[in-house]
Design a protein around this ligand. Structure first.
Ligand SMILES: Nc1ncnc2c1ncn2[C@@H]1O[C@H](COP(=O)(O)OP(=O)(O)OP(=O)(O)O)[C@@H](O)[C@H]1O
Length: 247
């Protein structure tokens, strides 16, 4: 994708005033196979600076939704757009590039590389794809980001020598180092104690607030959902039958 290679898509539009959706789904249908679990999403969008919480019972399709938004899987029908880019029209390489440049992903498992130290784990997006060039300024930014997350004295440590909360802070910094327009989080604090949970959520919220980054986060935790502008229960969009509900 030439635009991405020229990095013109790296720039944010200043004219969108925050109302233009960063991601927009229309009439999206998805099934892993016939006669199985299905998602049907008439409309769902997330605007610049908006914080959308995603919830619903286990198995109702929350991770599937995140995988659709991040282009890891393709919908069967309908459209998913990021700005004016229709995701399913991209080749798989262009989709990977788009994901790398415009999206930050944070998961429940921290997914750090054990043989890289804190700074090099944060810089991973720059190491795996030539469309992002690793400059001295980026390295400095990684150090500053890590320091702002309380990792300033651990920049050269390897993941094995970090606590759970520290590991997740590294993975948050790695998701933010590319200055994404959209941050996608799948239960990012599920493996953390309440103190570390609140610390990570505060870091994410303040980053998104300062940078007008759109946030989509899956969580079961009602306390976390209270922090969001909007909450969407994915059960509404899926044919999943919740065993806890009696007809
Ligand atoms: N690769 C796959 N192939 C077939 N079915 C799948 C696949 N991945 C998930 N499913 C099914 O799709 C449904 C939705 O799964 P998904 O992981 O999106 O749910 P979830 O709401 O994120 O669940 P949890 O809260 O337990 O993580 C489930 O019924 C699951 O069994």
């Amino acid at each position: 994708m030439e635009d991405l290679k020229n990095k013109s898509l790296l720039r944010r539009s200043e004219s969108d005033g925050g109302f233009e959706p960063v991601i927009r789904m229309d009439q999206v249908g998805f099934a892993y196979s016939r006669d199985s679990f299905k998602l049907n999403i008439p409309k769902l969008s997330v605007g610049k600076s908006e914080k959308l919480g995603i919830t619903g019972p286990s198995g109702c399709g929350k991770t599937t939704l995140l995988n659709l938004i991040s282009g890891i899987i393709k919908q069967d029908s309908g459209s998913i757009r990021m700005g004016d880019i229709e995701l399913n029209k991209l080749s798989s390489q262009d989709m990977k590039d788009l994901r790398l440049v415009k999206m930050g992903l944070i998961f429940q498992q921290f997914e750090l590389l054990e043989y890289l130290n804190v700074v090099d784990n944060i810089l991973l997006p720059f190491r795996i794809n030539p469309i992002l060039s690793l400059e001295a300024e980026t390295r400095e930014r990684a150090r500053t980001l890590a320091t702002s997350m309380g990792l300033g004295d651990k920049l050269k440590r390897f993941p094995a020598n970090l606590s759970q909360g520290e590991r997740q802070r590294v993975s948050v910094a790695r998701a933010l180092i590319t200055q994404p327009e959209l941050l996608i989080c799948d239960e990012p604090t599920a493996n953390l104690d309440p103190v570390n949970r609140d610390h990570i959520l505060d870091i994410i919220a303040s980053y998104c607030g300062e940078n007008k980054t759109a946030l989509v986060m899956v969580t079961h935790d009602q306390e976390i959902l209270n922090r969001f502008d909007r909450v969407q229960d994915i059960l509404e969009f899926s044919n999943y039958k919740d065993p806890r509900r009696h007809e």
